[in-house]
Design a protein around this ligand. Structure first.
Ligand SMILES: *[C@@H]1O[C@H](CO)[C@@H](O)[C@H](O)[C@H]1NC(C)=O
Ligand SMILES: *[C@@H]1O[C@H](CO)[C@@H](O)[C@H](O)[C@H]1NC(C)=O
Ligand SMILES: *[C@@H]1O[C@H](CO)[C@@H](O)[C@H](O)[C@H]1NC(C)=O
Ligand SMILES: *[C@@H]1O[C@H](CO)[C@@H](O)[C@H](O)[C@H]1NC(C)=O
Ligand SMILES: *[C@@H]1O[C@H](CO)[C@@H](O)[C@H](O)[C@H]1NC(C)=O
Length: 329
């Protein structure tokens, strides 16, 4: 009975921990997908497969064998975006960097490793969520939409375009070209409400301030930057949410990000709290056992032994999981 309820706690704990270890990234980030293969693996002997089991169409995220990347078998959306962190795969280090992530990279990444022709084994699973930045604000506030352009961007030659792709009617949120704002190409609802945070665009800062926001400003804002003669590139996407009364946590700037981090932290705290409870539970049981040793009926003692066997195991496993996922068989 006791051991069963303990097990439920462990399962919850492990589930929570795995969930907490899921990672978030923003579009454009480079994401490091960790995997530790067997120590004796190296680039000459290893067969390494990174897959996304949730992906409908065929192809690997990354496939490496015979001492080289097998691009022919790679899913087109990952072509040229995945590389080994350590090309030598020293000590079985087979983590990869997924470059320039986008929302479609949200999913589960599985790392399979085989050595010298053996069947590749699942080593680790990583959950990635790619989400746009989110800003929460109340009507009447001024909101900064951040965007970092090339450091050498020059207001003489830069083309800066902020758009709302979800807006039906034509016009930009903000268009800066030929060293000035192009008001005739601006959407009327943004007329007179948008200005550069730094009119000098020093160090490529092309953020804008959207003043006196209202409910209708809720939406997705995209920042495109280019130079005379080059096609403007999408550099940032931000979801702006304007809520009337809003919760107390709604601030004008990156409040959403802080919320996310906060939730992650709460999750971690819950995990640590569980761990403390488990460790102290074991201590307490051991203490009680030693102080009651002589009075314990035999049946109970057997149960205690069972507990003792079970308890240290999962917490140890958890600690290992933090550094390197155990090899699954
Ligand atoms: C494996 O590839 C690396 C880099 O491409 C090369 O330096 C090394 O000699 C190769 N090893 C073998 C056994 O072919
Ligand atoms: C994500 O996938 C959708 C549907 O396949 C596609 O329309 C969209 O362009 C993709 N987005 C990116 C950033 O690749
Ligand atoms: C928004 O900015 C304008 C001037 O740019 C200022 O007058 C106004 O007080 C600001 N509003 C808020 C809520 O900070
Ligand atoms: C994109 O926008 C978000 C929210 O405004 C900001 O936190 C982030 O730094 C921006 N990234 C770049 C590369 O400009
Ligand atoms: C928002 O849009 C609706 C419909 O176009 C319009 O009736 C309303 O006045 C707008 N609200 C503000 C604050 O501009």
């Amino acid at each position: 009975m006791m051991s069963a309820s303990k097990w439920i706690v462990f399962v919850c704990l492990i589930t929570c921990f795995l969930k907490c270890s899921g990672s978030e990234a923003k579009p454009g980030d480079n994401f490091n997908v960790q995997c530790q293969g067997p120590r004796d693996a190296d680039s000459d002997t290893v067969m390494l497969k990174w897959i996304r089991p949730d992906l409908k169409s065929e192809g690997y995220v990354f496939y490496f064998r015979n001492n080289q990347t097998q691009k022919d078998y790679q899913h087109p959306s990952f072509l040229g975006r995945v590389e080994l962190r350590d090309p030598q795969m020293k000590d079985g280090h087979v983590s990869v960097i997924l470059k320039n992530v986008n929302v479609n990279d949200t999913g589960t990444y599985e790392c399979y490793v085989g050595i010298k022709g053996s069947k590749p084994q699942l080593i680790s699973t990583t959950k990635l969520t790619v989400r746009d930045s989110e800003i929460n604000a109340k009507p009447g506030e001024n909101v900064t939409l951040q965007c970092q352009g090339p450091r050498d961007a020059d207001s003489d030659t830069v083309i800066l375009r902020w758009i709302r792709p979800d807006l039906k009617s034509e016009g930009s949120v903000y268009l800066f070209k030929d060293n000035q704002i192009q008001k005739d190409l601006q959407h009327p609802s943004f007329d007179g409400r948008v200005e550069l945070r730094d009119p000098q665009m020093k160090d490529g800062d092309v953020s804008v301030i959207l003043k006196n926001v209202n409910i209708n400003d809720t939406g997705t804002y995209e920042c495109y930057v280019g130079n005379k003669g080059s096609k403007p590139q999408l550099l940032n996407t931000t979801n702006l949410i304007i809520k009337d009364s809003g919760d107390a946590a709604g601030h004008s700037e990156d409040g959403g990000d802080k919320g996310k981090q906060g939730r992650l932290r709460v999750g971690l705290l819950v995990g640590i709290a569980f761990l403390v409870v488990v460790v102290f539970g074991v201590r307490f049981k051991m203490y009680r056992r030693s102080s009651q040793q002589n009075h314990q009926p035999p049946a109970d003692e057997a149960a205690e032994h069972e507990l003792q066997d079970l308890n240290p195991e999962p917490s140890k496993k958890l600690k290992e999981e933090e550094e390197e996922p155990p090899v699954e068989t």
